[in-house]
Design a protein around this ligand. Structure first.
Ligand code: B4P
Length: 193
């Protein structure tokens, strides 16, 4: 099993790179950001609760995303067509990382490695503002980006330490063309399984 966490600040390119990795390694894919946006579009109770927080650049409650991920892991257990799971945007807090370890342990599995995209803040802001011109994401504006980056530094960055302590953390330079960055990711992932 190849279970990978793709990690980095908002706009680092996690979603972009995930598409290539899922195909190359035949992985199931869970993006908690996409899952929350689907709930928001469907205007479910969960989606409305999430929207109020996401529009403010805040993280949603841990249990909300843990439940979403749990359902994907259960569904994955019965599928023989994939060779692991790629987690995008999860875990975003140390509590979520601990919950993920427990959920995988129940299925006799574990995280193989966390791959982190290193991108300077100036570039992150530029990328998100470019995306804002074409996306209808309510959190892609200058004021909210600053809040998202603060949430990242406060609550999400410590998750890297959690995987460093387990010897599973790998970082790649997230600047360059999409293909150059994929090549860097592939070379570190090939070494972690
Ligand atoms: P996400 O959907 O995960 O949003 P993100 O961090 O902004 O996206 P990502 O890093 O994937 O960037 P992308 O590839 O699109 O989360 C949204 C919100 O949901 C969070 O703020 C939070 O509120 C909530 N949430 C989600 N998960 C949660 C959790 N586990 N716990 C609590 N709350 C949670 O790339 C960005 C842009 O850069 C794109 O436009 C792309 O085209 C461009 N780009 C990519 N690679 C590039 C390159 N190499 N060069 C130039 N541009 C590039």
């Amino acid at each position: 099993m190849l279970n990978i966490v793709i990690f980095g600040p908002p706009g680092a390119g996690k979603g972009t790179q995930s598409q290539l990795l899922v195909e190359k390694y035949k992985l199931a894919y869970i993006s908690t950001g996409d899952a929350l946006r689907a709930e928001m579009a469907a205007k479910t109770a969960l989606g409305l609760e999430a929207k109020a927080l996401i529009d403010q650049g805040q993280l949603v409650p841990d249990q909300m995303v843990i439940d979403i991920v749990q359902n994907v892991i259960i569904a994955r257990q019965s599928s023989k067509e994939v060779e692991g799971i790629l987690f995008d945007g999860f875990p975003r807090t140390v509590l979520q990382a601990q919950a993920l370890d427990r959920m995988l342990e129940h299925t006799g599995s574990a995280i193989s490695c966390m791959v982190s995209l290193d991108v300077p803040e100036k570039e992150l802001i530029e990328r998100i503002l470019i995306r804002a011109k074409t996306s209808d994401r309510s959190d892609d504006n200058e004021e909210t980006i600053t809040k998202r980056l603060n949430e990242y530094l406060l609550k999400t960055k410590p998750v890297a330490e959690y995987y460093i302590a387990q010897g599973k953390f790998r970082e790649v330079n997230g600047l360059g063309s999409i293909e150059e960055i994929s090549d860097r990711l592939i070379s570190v992932i090939d070494e972690c399984h």
